[in-house]
Design a protein around this ligand. Structure first.
Ligand code: UPG
Length: 435
């Protein structure tokens, strides 16, 4: 199969490389010349484990191409994927679809022979109808079908999620398009991955419903954690105790500083807006958004509380991890973007270390001093905050850490360490939902 992938952001690049690895011939198209130049040189613009090798191998073996000029690839393609950004629109919280519609216009003038146009981008219900209308208007005679095929890729584990997904969702009633989609994902039939064929609008909604449900699940356990702290219970045991019930499931029950990232914050807000627009408000998700926003701010208070003061002037706080999760350099909607400025507003000086995110974070976190390693971030600090659970923070030399800190206060917002162990090492230790 020949695939054209419009957009070489996170989703486009991972999907393009994985489809090439499935044996298809994939051309990734982007309007940003510097990005295409870098990709052609084999440089990957994002940090995603395994992606550099996957891209290099498929380029070498002649299945993966990058170009600024996508016209020929779109003409030749059996399937053209739209994998462009759908950021929150300034002012009203709806998803900004201008890049999706621009891609549809571009495709419209080029498709040749029966072509499946696939929206991979996360798009509100009804966007597929609009994409179809745009193409139909330009080319009333064109043979094409617009399909919704949402991605469920976690950053940091995206290749695994693409190649071994729990399911693939394909939204189209067109049988020819269904056959093309089945062929594209054929390697997954080996491990019997279910492909859920459904209507296009349903598929578009599945994506938002999935992310909103996961965001709600995290927010639920975060509220349980707060309650645990008050009543002297342990949130990790609560999570285990409920998660073993298969109706609930064990995943996404890690309490923390609030969810962040490129998807949950934007998609929950967009779903709330769509639901309001259609007169069917999703109150649970509205509350989830509110609770999560407040939580990120409350984390700065938690740090101050652990330090036993509200006045942080003259205090230095060391921070480990600023990206929204480990194994990524992505800073989009990272909790650090709320928590660190709040600490600074309270008067603190912040020094931080992140294994991959420092470069990106440096210009988003004004006044934060980035250090070369975890121990450097701890040195001379009045408290150390663990904000992102990178593996390398899981086995720190606690005695060394204690000797470097000015005051032995550790605020572990990811429950990386065991309270008893930290107390044994002489730390004042605060974590999430554990006494
Ligand atoms: N998080 C928690 N506790 C948990 C699990 C996650 O606090 O138990 C936080 C995590 O720290 C992060 C956020 O939730 O801030 C999102 O994490 P995760 O879902 O692992 O990362 P994403 O890469 O944002 O992936 C989500 C969906 C994925 C979807 C993608 C884009 O998991 O299926 O494709 O968003 O829509």
């Amino acid at each position: 199969m020949r695939v054209a992938m419009i957009g070489t952001g996170y989703v486009g690049l991972v999907s393009g490389a994985c489809f090439a690895d499935f044996g298809h011939v994939v051309t990734c198209i982007d309007k940003d010349p510097s990005k295409i130049e870098r990709l052609e040189r084999g440089e990957i613009p994002i940090f995603e484990p395994g992606l550099d090798d996957l891209v290099a191998r498929n380029v070498r073996e002649g299945r993966l191409f990058f170009t600024l000029e996508g016209a020929q690839a779109i003409k030749d393609a059996d399937a053209v994927f739209i994998a462009v950004g759908t950021p929150t629109r300034r002012g009203d919280g709806h998803a900004d679809l201008s890049y999706v519609y621009a891609a549809a216009e571009e495709i419209a003038g080029l498709i040749d022979g029966f072509t499946v146009v696939v929206t991979k981008s996360t798009v509100p219900v009804g966007t597929g109808d609009e994409v179809e209308a745009i193409i139909r208007k330009v080319r009333p005679d064109a043979q094409f079908a617009v399909v919704s095929n949402p991605e469920f890729l976690r950053e940091g584990a995206a290749i695994e999620d693409f190649k071994r997904p729990d399911r693939v969702v394909v939204g189209t009633d067109d049988e020819r398009a269904q056959a093309v989609m089945r062929d594209l994902y054929r390697p997954l039939s080996l491990n019997e991955t279910p492909i859920v064929f459904t209507g296009r609008r349903t598929s578009e909604l599945i994506k938002y419903a999935a992310n909103a449900f996961l965001a709600m699940k995290i927010t639920f356990i975060n509220e349980m954690a707060d309650l645990c702290e008050k009543v002297g219970a342990d949130v990790q045991s609560v999570a285990k105790g409920i998660g073993l019930d298969k109706r609930i499931g064990a995943k996404f029950l890690n309490a923390g500083p609030g969810y962040g990232g490129s998807c949950f914050p934007k998609d929950t807000i967009a779903l709330v807006k769509t639901a309001q627009q259609y007169g069917a408000p999703t109150r649970l998700i509205e509350t989830t958004v509110e609770v999560n926003t407040a939580r990120k701010k409350a984390m700065a208070e938690k740090v101050a509380e652990a330090m036993g003061t509200r006045e942080l002037t003259g205090k230095t706080i060391g921070v480990l991890g600023v990206t929204f999760k480990p194994n990524t350099d992505d800073m989009r909607d990272a909790p650090s973007l709320d928590i660190l400025p709040a600490l600074q507003t309270m008067g603190a000086k912040v020094q931080a270390f992140d294994p991959e995110g420092a470069k990106e974070a440096a210009h988003m976190l004004a006044g934060v001093e980035f250090k070369a390693g975890a121990y450097d971030a701890a040195e001379g600090a009045d408290a150390l905050v663990i904000l992102t659970e990178w593996d390398q923070f899981r086995a720190l030399d606690l005695d060394r850490l204690k000797s470097l800190l000015k005051a032995p206060v550790v605020v572990d917002l990811r429950n990386v360490y065991k309270p008893a162990e930290m107390v044994r090492h002489g730390f004042t230790y605060a974590s999430i939902g554990r006494s």
